[in-house]
Design a protein around this ligand. Structure first.
Ligand code: ADE
Length: 436
């Protein structure tokens, strides 16, 4: 472990490998490349301090370097103990970003790293899941208790957190947490819900997670999906992305959904729809994507087939109850990387992937760069918007204006070489008139 002033990563000598990965990501991120070039010329973030808590991947590195080139000073912590790409973390550390992240960090180190990032004295926080935002708020409110607050003791102080102008949040789960903070009247600064941009959730959540979750399951297990009974819990954008991709690979897909409208959508889109209780005995592979806890728990494990595989694609490791699994299993062994076998008292075996953590990032590389191009272009422009608006927006959860969404979509189409239709003046007028 290399610990130097300003960063803590697994092995800084991996930097050259990381640089190649980041080059590869940039090759597939034309919109972010363009923003980076513009930022490098105009320096809209000159002197701005950013604390970020995000998955330390090659795509995140591309974003961090764009922000650095815009003039920002950045400290970056991982947003999941298993998602860090160590070579990328090493490269960023050599590029002037203060990175605190390594793959396989324990919970205490995980929160310590977030506290280290916060100790930069940020003007802007960038979050994926809201662990940084929540820590900052707990510290500012002087809350005692909790692993995060404990880990922050002596690392970051209230005075470091007094100059925050705003924050961004990347993911559905994080937006829900920050909205809850806001609803209680406790949010202390404006936060842009990057997740809520159309060019984010319609693509990243659906096509990104759809592909990368399946990728993680295949990399971990090397199973054949064709012919398998795949049970997808949750039919939000993530769940539907996974369900459609699994079907595309020949799986028989059952959707478990608590919202009747979404359940009906899944039904009319041709999926089997059932409760988890009914799905438990038939599933070969279970994938959770609900954002809620205990989606698969003791009563379901007890009904499952020998050999069932359990994977989670939601932000936190709470959807498959690992606690229940650990309690009812009589034996546990690691079968191969990211696959743990739990033997139940009657001899049946269940296989949990990546400790129930985000399977797409823990067992694969997260979403492909092409899709992160749009998500992270939104992030870059959100940070610029917060800097421009500093002190003028009240604490609330915002989304980026639709004009930015449209611009990102236009740039993406242009980079893809896809032409799209332009309406005539008369057509536009027709659409806006009530007389014709
Ligand atoms: N979230 C999902 N995929 C990701 C990726 N490739 N990089 C950063 N965050 C992600």
């Amino acid at each position: 472990m290399g610990e130097e002033l300003g960063y803590k990563v697994k092995d800084v000598s991996l930097a050259e490998l990381g640089e190649r990965q980041v080059d590869w990501a940039y090759m597939h991120m034309p919109v972010l490349r363009r923003i980076r070039r513009r930022f490098a010329e105009t320096k809209p973030l000159k002197g701005v301090k950013i604390a970020a808590c995000m998955h330390v991947t090659k795509e995140t590195a591309a974003l961090m370097l764009a922000l650095r080139d815009a003039g920002a000073e950045i400290a970056l912590a991982a947003s999941n103990p298993l998602s860090t790409q160590d070579e990328v973390a090493a490269y960023l550390a050599t590029e002037g970003v203060s990175v605190y992240a390594w793959k396989g960090m324990d919970e205490k180190s995980y929160f310590w790293a977030i506290a280290k990032a916060a100790s930069i004295g940020p003007n802007i926080t960038m979050d994926d899941g809201a662990d940084l935002t929540v820590m900052v708020h707990k510290l500012l409110y002087g809350e005692e208790g909790g692993l995060d607050v404990e880990a922050a003791r002596g690392v970051v102080e209230k005075k470091d957190l007094k100059n925050i102008w705003g924050g961004t949040e990347e993911t559905t789960t994080g937006v829900i947490r920050i909205k809850a903070l806001s609803k209680e009247g406790k949010l202390l600064y404006p936060v842009i819900a990057v997740n809520n941009s159309l060019t984010k959730f319609l693509f990243d959540n659906r096509f990104g997670t759809g592909q990368s979750a399946i990728d993680g399951i295949i990399r971990a297990t090397n199973i054949l999906l064709a012919g398998k009974n795949v049970v997808v819990a949750g039919y939000g954008w993530v769940g539907r992305g996974i369900a459609w991709r699994a079907r595309g690979m020949g799986a028989r897909v059952t959707v478990v959904e608590a919202n009747p409208i979404r359940a009906l959508e899944a039904y009319y889109e041709g999926f089997n729809v059932s409760s988890m209780a009914d799905a438990a005995p038939i599933g070969d592979v279970f994938i959770t994507a609900t954002g809620d806890k205990d989606v698969i728990r003791e009563e379901h494990f007890k009904a499952m087939k020998d050999g069932a595989i359990l994977a989670n694609a939601g932000h936190f490791n709470v959807e498959v109850s690992v606690e229940d699994l650990e309690r009812i299993a009589v034996e546990k062994r690691i079968i191969r990387k990211n696959v743990a076998e739990y033997k139940l008292p009657d001899g049946r075996r269940l296989y949990l992937l990546a400790e129930g953590r985000l399977v797409n990032l823990a067992a694969a590389e997260g979403h492909p760069s092409e899709v992160m191009d749009m998500s992270f272009s939104n992030q870059a422009l959100a940070v610029r918007a917060l800097v421009r608006k500093r002190g003028k927006a009240k604490p609330a959860v915002y989304r980026l204006p639709r004009s930015i969404d449209l611009k990102i979509a236009r740039l993406k189409l242009e980079a893809l070489g896809v032409s799209y239709e332009k309406l005539t003046k008369e057509q536009v007028e027709y659409l806006h008139s009530w007389k014709a």
